[in-house]
Design a protein around this ligand. Structure first.
Ligand code: X90
Length: 295
């Protein structure tokens, strides 16, 4: 089978070696400009422009047609979208799947609502590529992706949540916490694919150490980590060093957030995708332990 991997541009991936690949761009829109989140986008220019722009800004998810174009020519597609709880990208991809399979007899499209974004999507893509290279069947790969998805997580650290709040992705009350100079919000993608705040910290050093602590609480035990930053490679390197300090063999890669994640995570923000032990089990365990303690 001729496989293709398709993501939306929130995955922060421009290309994948060794397989047919396409990234379907979201769009960042202000009253003056429109940025298409493809490989030509100048992220530094966009972030600098948004930093001084005071008007309205927002984003638009890809159309059904855009996904159809990305699927074109493939016999079997694995398609990953950002969380359906914050974007219509998943919906577009689902409809495109129905149309594509109907128009192209024998073709198969597996659409995954990642309930996340950025570097957690990258982990899923890397896993898919491994499975394709191992020669697994479409069904086997689909099943394995869903299993692996339970064993990956996403943490974020943000200095500002203005764009998230102005576009209705978090409440203004929550966003205010991040508005104070020097305060960084650390949170995670919840099981429902929404932003869940875990803590707020003053100072970068603390937020890095706490991010690692939260990763461990969520089940990180030294597996893969993918870090995407918004024009802040220094913080990504510091996070990498903190992790390597405790887990010298950890497989860590650093990347740059593309347009969509840069718009919402804003200047200085970071996203950490990581492998973990089954979080649901550890939550369950935690409840049991709490119960025992309360007896
Ligand atoms: O459809 C659209 O216009 C796109 C809307 C995207 C909204 C949220 C994107 C968040 C990007 C911010 C921190 C990580 C949040 C993780 C939550 C699952 C990055």
């Amino acid at each position: 089978m001729k496989y293709k991997i398709v993501v939306d541009s929130s995955a922060n991936i421009n290309n994948v070696e060794g397989v047919d690949f396409a990234s379907v761009p979201l769009t960042i829109i202000t009253d003056e400009k429109e940025y298409v989140d493809n490989s030509n986008l100048d992220i530094n220019e966009m972030v600098a422009y948004l930093g001084q722009y005071e008007g309205k800004s927002g984003t638009a998810c890809p159309s059904v047609d855009a996904f159809l174009q990305a699927f074109d020519g493939a016999e079997a597609v694995f398609c990953f979208t950002l969380t359906s709880n914050l974007s219509g990208a998943y919906n577009s991809a689902r409809i495109a799947k129905e149309d594509y399979e109907e128009e192209n007899e024998g073709s198969k499209v597996f659409v995954v609502d990642t309930l996340s974004t950025g570097p957690e999507m990258r982990l899923l893509v890397e896993k898919t590529l491994d499975l394709i290279n191992e020669g697994s069947s479409f069904e086997e790969i689909s099943e394995a992706i869903l299993e692996y998805k339970e064993k990956t997580g996403l943490l974020f650290g943000l200095e500002s949540m203005n764009n998230l709040a102005n576009n209705g992705r978090v409440s203004h009350i929550v966003a205010k916490l991040a508005g104070v100079l020097g305060i960084r919000i650390v949170g995670r993608a919840s099981d429902e694919g929404t932003l869940e705040l875990l803590d707020k910290y003053r100072g970068e050093k603390k937020s890095i150490l706490k991010a690692l602590e939260h990763m461990k609480e969520l089940g990180y035990v030294g597996g893969k980590v993918r870090i995407d930053h918004v024009c802040n490679p220094e913080i990504a390197i510091k996070i990498e060093n903190a992790i390597k300090n405790e887990y010298p063999d950890a497989d860590i890669l650093i990347g740059q957030a593309r347009g969509l994640c840069s718009f919402y995570a804003e200047q200085g923000g970071f996203l950490i995708g990581f492998e973990k032990t089954g979080e649901k089990i550890s939550n369950k365990l935690k409840k049991v332990v709490d119960k025992i303690k309360s007896i």
